[in-house]
Unconditional design. Structure first.
Length: 197
């Protein structure tokens, strides 16, 4: 997957120019906290509008301030996994997985088996651990059949065992991805192209 990004971000007193081009199946965006990693991911996802510049993913222009292009987030065909999972609290695990309405029941069941969450399908998000919620969020993103996945520090605040399990699942995904982290070891395990901010 190619990601060509040259944007100016402005959030209150925070201002950052982000320029990078990546061509690997997995790209890891690495920087310490507060450097603009999450803001960059949100801009690519269409959830944060840059001040100026352009964003192109797989040859498709998603944002170009000079040309007046700003594709809505819902039309970018990108799956996003946030640090906190952001599951819908009023929906069961099964309903959260099927939220994008692009998966048949058998696909939801198969995804739950793959991610090790099949016994949790009837549970509510408030009854999930952090690692379980993260796996549900990952499954929901994958079942939307995205052109690419954007993962924002998906291992944050997980204990080492759960983090290792989830990273193993992510490493086996055959979907292009942008992986935001501050941990070089995660990027190396994913054999990602590393972009430093």
């Amino acid at each position: 997957m190619t990601i060509d990004t040259a944007i100016q971000l402005q959030l209150g007193d925070f201002s950052r120019e982000v320029i990078f081009a990546a061509t690997a199946p997995i790209t890891a965006l690495i920087a310490p906290s507060g450097a603009g990693k999450t803001s960059t991911l949100l801009a690519i996802a269409g959830l944060l509008r840059p001040q100026s510049g352009h964003i192109r993913v797989a040859g498709r222009t998603l944002f170009d301030s000079a040309a007046g292009v700003d594709v809505p987030a819902r039309d970018r065909n990108l799956g996003v996994v946030f640090q906190d999972g952001r599951l819908f609290p009023h929906l069961t695990v099964r309903a959260n997985l099927g939220y994008a309405n692009r998966a048949i029941p058998a696909e939801i069941t198969a995804m739950a088996e793959t991610l090790g969450i099949a016994p949790l399908l009837s549970r509510w998000p408030r009854h999930l651990s952090g690692g379980e919620a993260r796996r549900v969020a990952l499954g929901r993103a994958l079942l939307s059949r995205p052109a690419a996945l954007l993962l924002d520090e998906p291992l944050a605040h997980l204990d080492p065992m759960r983090a290792d399990t989830l990273l193993g699942l992510i490493a086996d995904i055959d979907v292009p991805m942008l992986y935001v982290t501050h941990d070089m070891r995660e990027a190396e395990r994913l054999r990602a192209q590393i972009i430093g901010l």
